[in-house]
Design a protein around this ligand. Structure first.
Ligand SMILES: *Cc1c(COP(=O)(O)O)cnc(C)c1O
Length: 346
């Protein structure tokens, strides 16, 4: 099987399993698990922030970030197809009581002007207590639904500066910030410097079995710890999974460049196939979205021949490259997918 469904399907390598087996543990609910504490310190340091909080999932990390930086009734700005808005099951409304205000981006990227257009400006005839309270803007880098696209650092600077001027807090959904950084050469700390909070995942391209972290200043993360527990995220001997994340940070960060090269080769191969349309400029990291007539038929036929992918929507398939895919499997993945596309046209 060649598993291109997601970069979450990776399994721990033997060396990672060994690190997990040997990890010292404590009780993370009492915050005395040495491996979790080491991971939190390491991630905070990498991102240039005071503190980090280890959580079971990127979804919880984002949801806590929204909860601690808003009041019920607030408006939160996100990109139209952002994970927080389309893959977290209405969590922002459920947990935080906020309204999501969506901006349609280009490859997941929106501009400062769109933020200014959305946030109402008080006027003597329309005092601020009558205006929707906008308190948070969220950026997603890389942008998952757009195909793993990278936010240019200048665009991040513009949007976050404008948001700060308008009095909004800034959250970065950096589930794949590691991929963004390797692709762009911009440090993860440089990205993080423009935001109050950043969520990062260890269980995507880095290949750890479980976990994400929310980073920010000391006061923000102290407050976040209350909601981690409230949301049911208190974990006991969590050092076992934190050890996988630590191992991934030390050993798998650089290798995501291989995934980007594999995604590129796959995309260029498919671009030659009749019945397949692909925007090569959107293939910037490890995700390939391609358009076909009947995505379900293509996914089913490829799956029958050992290449697993997902349907994004009726006319679009998604393939993701990760530690789970060897460079030597890319050619076979192209051939099987191309044949599935041809078969779907017959
Ligand atoms: C996967 C993902 C998340 C959530 O991570 P889980 O650990 O699956 O909950 C959040 N944001 C983005 C952009 C993602 O791709």
């Amino acid at each position: 099987m060649i598993d291109l469904r997601s970069d979450t399907v990776t399994k721990p390598t033997p060396a990672m399993r060994e690190a997990i087996a040997n990890a010292p543990v404590g009780d993370d609910v009492y915050h005395d698990d040495p491996t979790v504490n080491e991971l939190e310190a390491r991630v905070a340091g990498l991102l240039g922030k005071d503190d980090a909080m280890f959580v079971p999932s990127g979804t919880m990390s984002n949801q806590v970030a929204v909860r601690i930086q808003t009041e019920p009734g607030d408006s939160v700005i996100i990109e139209e197809e952002a994970h927080i808005g389309v893959h977290e099951l209405g969590g922002a409304a459920h947990h935080s009581g906020v309204t999501l205000r969506r901006i349609a981006g280009t490859r997941g990227v929106f501009g400062a002007d769109a933020v200014r257009d959305l946030v109402p400006v008080p006027h003597p005839a329309l005092p601020s207590h009558l205006l929707d309270p906008f308190t948070l803007v969220c950026v997603e880098n890389t942008h998952n639904a757009a195909g793993g696209t990278v936010w240019p650092i200048d665009a991040i600077r513009d949007v976050t500066r404008t948001a700060a001027e308008l009095g909004l807090r800034r959250h970065l959904d950096g589930a794949r910030i590691w991929n963004a950084s390797v692709a762009s050469g911009v440090g993860v700390d440089e990205y993080a410097s423009h935001f109050d909070t950043v969520s990062v995942c260890f269980s995507k391209g880095l290949g750890a079995p479980v976990g994400s972290a929310l980073v920010g200043d000391r006061e923000t993360i102290d407050r976040a710890r209350r909601f981690k527990h409230l949301f049911g995220g208190g974990m006991r001997q969590a050092g076992l999974i934190a050890a996988g994340a630590l191992y991934a940070i030390d050993h798998h960060r650089g290798r995501v460049a291989d995934d980007h090269a594999n995604a590129r080769a796959f995309a260029e191969g498919l671009a030659q196939v009749d019945g397949c349309s692909i925007d090569l400029s959107s293939v910037q990291t490890n995700i390939v979205n391609f358009d076909v007539d009947d995505a379900a038929a293509v996914v089913d036929a490829a799956g029958d021949n050992g290449v697993l992918m997902l349907v994004n929507r009726p006319g679009q398939v998604r393939a993701v490259f990760s530690l789970a895919v060897e460079n030597t499997q890319v050619r076979e993945a192209i051939e099987v997918t191309a044949e599935a596309i041809r078969a779907s046209l017959r």
